[in-house]
Design a protein around this ligand. Sequence first.
Ligand SMILES: CC(=O)N[C@H]1[C@@H](OP(=O)(O)OP(=O)(O)OC[C@H]2O[C@@H](n3ccc(=O)[nH]c3=O)[C@H](O)[C@@H]2O)O[C@H](CO)[C@@H](O)[C@@H]1O
Ligand SMILES: C=C(OP(=O)(O)O)C(=O)O
Length: 440
Amino acid sequence: MTQTSPLPTVTDDMVIRVTGGRPLSGRITVQGSKNIALHLYAATILTDAPVTLLGAPAILDTDVCAQILTHTGAQVTVVGDQFTVTAVSQVRPEIHPQLGRRVRTTCVLAATVLARCGQVSFPLPGGDAFCPRLIDRHVAAMEAAGATVSSDSTGMFAQCGPGGVRPFTVDVGTPYGPSLGATVTALLLAARAPGTSLITSPSVEPEVTETARFLAERGVGVHWDKAGLHVTGAEHIAGGTFAVAGDRIEAATMIMAAAVTGGSIRLGNITTTGLPTGLTAPLADAGVHLVDAPGGEVHMAPTGPLRAVATATGPHPGLPTDTAPQLAAMLTQAHGTSQIAERIYPQRDTHLQGLTAFGAAVSSRGPEVLVHGASRLRAAQVEAADIRAVTSLLMAGLVAEGTSTIRGMYHLRRGYGHLLSNLAVLGADITTIPEARPCP
Ligand SMILES: CC(=O)N[C@H]1[C@@H](OP(=O)(O)OP(=O)(O)OC[C@H]2O[C@@H](n3ccc(=O)[nH]c3=O)[C@H](O)[C@@H]2O)O[C@H](CO)[C@@H](O)[C@@H]1O
Ligand SMILES: C=C(OP(=O)(O)O)C(=O)O
């Protein structure tokens, strides 16, 4: 079914206006995963023939990454949701100093350039600023692969010896669990190293396993066992097409948005196996049941009253940290006290202030968020500080009595291509308006 958008194209200076009280119902298609696409975009620099990613999400972050790839000398074309890259062997050894600060995969991108040409300069990564984005494991992987890594006031610089990257062993564990990004950094370095590398304590997030599958299909040796992830580099890495998996975070967001309004939803481009059990189990405990339907769809039927749950974010297949702010919004309508412990980014709680403005009874106790429900939410004027906080606050607006305004369009545009129009298709009373300017 073709979806139509009742909303104009949004820009950063627009404000979301939402009137609560309408149950969402209907079918939408989930976009390609933001976070999987961002890691695959980096991997394309390693290939020796054109690569087309199918189902690439049309979001600001992929746009920025496409510009970073172009800056390395790659030829990039985008037709609809097909993203084609023709990398070059003579790569410019630089991740664009300004653009690199806008996305979080900067070190991953730098690793591919380093693997390709033996040196790279790069800025510190960007992405959401709810916690410092540490890079010690990325640097450890580069050093293990033979690079000398230094930094000065202009950024970071990595330089290999004359032979380029060499096979290595590196541990990518952190006090918060395996690093997703550093696992991909190590994987991409190893993909071009002449021999077999070992990555210990690797992350098994879908971003990692999909990037590994992409490389394996193109001639890189990839083998998982108890010791970790073994990668045998290839001299030639083939091109061809690869489909970006559906966005499990957007799917989770839409399911919880439907549930909090007392509605129901059908989602295309995702199956229940694409949703981690650490998410589906607390949803089921809260009364939100999901089933697979023919044609590769997930269906959620209307639920009874929502119930409180106790859960914690964690590495895959745990509850994704990127769904915790939305879960908190949903649980404002659950009876009882819910607990969500944040184990990946202990200070990721920028959504709490906004939810409180709607009248939600939420608080934090160290890394644990407590939600006392069910609360009667009333319209509020709020501003979101990051990408999942914005959808958390939008969900509150969908429930609240009256008309709310939500600022933070930049964060929404970073990660969601069609979220507002999808909500409108499902029946939400939602629109975007230009930011009101003070009278002169
Ligand atoms: C395992 C996990 O859930 N990773 C999340 C992480 O990925 P991302 O790849 O951005 O971050 P990592 O997985 O590397 O970080 C996980 C944890 O390890 C720490 N760390 C990381 C790298 C490093 O060199 N040293 C270090 O200590 C981080 O501060 C963090 O506390 O943020 C993304 C954006 O929210 C999420 O989509 C990912 O799901
Ligand atoms: C925090 C997120 O992404 P980023 O690291 O790109 O800001 C996210 O996807 O929820």
